[in-house]
Design a protein around this ligand. Structure first.
Ligand code: PA5
Length: 446
């Protein structure tokens, strides 16, 4: 089971920049209220909690078909529809494309260079495309889908409907309409489950099965952590404590950046997944800590100086791995060089764990708050725990802030201005606004 250690958040350990037990205690009743809101499914989007008991048989069936027939599996999606699959891929099947078939490509932008390269690297005759969009109307995903659809049509003897799997809303949206009209295979993202809370829905689970990772293991992990995080008592609930500690660091200590630093290369996309979850859920009404993704020990040599000695505005969240499953011993060579010989006989996992522990302590000694999530192993079961734990903690934190952690009103204006520029009907005013603004933008240039 994953474990949260928050000793380095506490005043008793790191001094006045830490939190007192009393201040946490003051939020106990509020946590109980939020617990009730979660239990009552106050907002329909809390449906993500129920994903943990879904039936995966249809996902497994479609994945088997893909594995049998495809040499490449291409995901089209953006935001929550891509970050979760990428986190699963890199954590559970690192260097996948150098070793395994089907090769996996995740196109989560509209950069033409990337798509050109993907098209050059794949043979569409043997490619399955998984287009993922909850709303079915996201411009970037729609654009990529239209291109792939058109390209796929040019492939001789290709039964186009068989080459696409749409993962989308069960009833609504353009993508669902296309599924119905063209007879595409499809998987449903359950009602209420929004993009950034969807990794444990068919959004992440289909990819998981395609790369040979049992989706039920991910869900079993999520179910077990759900049990551990079901207590209304703040002191006994790690997800609620995680959220409360960061909330208090923001509110009471004016720390407005939370860095997630994972000591495993394969968890880099996972830290990016967390950053999207946290930022889009909590960055509202002038509130919210800014999340920042990081990898240890690598970033000790690029960022740590700032975190330990720079502006007093950050909280570090370490992800520590107990057992890396493999290890490499350092050879007994260069014995006459003191600067190297101390390493001999140790292993790489000893070194990376020492680096992590040392960094925690160095920060704590400098009065810099940090906490650690320890993961026994990077496998499907524990990844399921991590995903669900952080989703629960994020939803809890949003409710603690009294904001809606499931919407994203701030991104609408940019979308509308884009629609205007791309000529979408009804957005003519927005186009004019962009054009008028170009004059202002033209003035201060060198
Ligand atoms: O978390 C979210 O809701 C967003 O990041 C969405 O995932 C993203 O905007 C893509 O939306 P959709 O899945 O509807 O295409």
């Amino acid at each position: 089971m994953i474990e949260l250690n928050f000793s380095h958040m506490m005043e008793e350990v790191i001094g006045s920049r830490g939190l007192s037990e009393r201040i946490i205690e003051d939020l106990r009743d509020r946590a109980k209220e939020v617990h009730k809101q979660i239990g009552d499914r106050l907002l329909p989007e809390l449906a993500f909690i129920d994903l943990i008991s879904q039936d995966t048989s249809e996902i497994k069936r479609i994945a088997r078909e893909i594995r049998r027939g495809a040499e490449s599996f291409l995901i089209l999606g953006i935001g929550g529809s891509a970050l979760g699959p990428r986190a699963i891929l890199e954590a559970l099947s690192p260097f996948h494309n150098l070793q395994k078939i089907p090769k996996i490509f995740i196109y989560d932008n509209v950069d033409p260079r990337t798509l050109k390269q993907i098209l050059a690297l794949t043979d569409l005759k043997t490619t399955s495309v998984n287009v993922i969009s909850k709303s079915g109307s996201t411009a970037e995903t729609a654009a990529a889908f239209m291109i792939l659809w058109d390209e796929m049509k040019k492939v001789p003897c290709s039964d186009i409907s068989k080459r696409f799997i749409a993962t989308t809303d069960p009833e609504k949206g353009n993508l669902r309409k296309i599924v119905n009209e063209e007879g595409l295979k499809s998987l449903a993202i359950p009602q209420g489950v929004g993009g950034r809370y969807s990794v444990l829905s068919p959004v992440g689970l289909l990819l998981s099965e395609v790369i040979g990772i049992d989706a039920d293991e991910l869900l079993m992990g999520a179910r077990d952590i759900q049990k551990k995080c079901s207590d209304q008592e703040l002191w006994k609930n790690p997800a609620y404590l995680f959220g409360t500690l960061l909330y208090l660091m923001d509110r009471e200590k004016h720390r407005t950046i939370d860095v997630m630093m994972a000591y495993a290369d394969g968890l880099k996309p996972f830290t990016e997944w967390f950053c999207q979850l946290w930022a889009e859920s909590l960055g509202k009404q002038g509130r919210g800590l800014t999340p920042y993704p990081s990898i240890g020990s690598t970033d000790q040599h690029s960022q740590l100086q700032l975190w330990i000695d720079g502006t007093q505005d950050k909280v570090l969240i370490f992800i520590r791995v107990n057992d890396y499953s493999v290890d490499i011993q350092l050879p007994d060579i260069f014995q006459n060089m003191e600067g190297l010989s101390y390493l001999s006989g140790h292993t790489l996992s000893e070194l990376i764990k020492a680096e992590e522990e040392a960094t925690e302590l160095a920060l704590a000694k400098a009065g810099r708050p940090n906490m650690t999530i320890t993961v026994p192993q990077i496998d499907a079961y524990h990844m399921g725990q991590l995903f669900h734990f952080l989703e629960l903690a994020t939803a809890f934190t949003g409710l603690l802030y009294e904001i809606n952690p499931f919407n994203q009103p701030g991104v609408e204006e940019g979308k509308n201005l884009t629609y205007g520029m791309m000529g979408k009907k009804g957005f003519e005013e927005k186009r004019k606004e962009v054009e008028d603004h170009r004059e202002k933008k033209a003035r201060w240039r060198i």
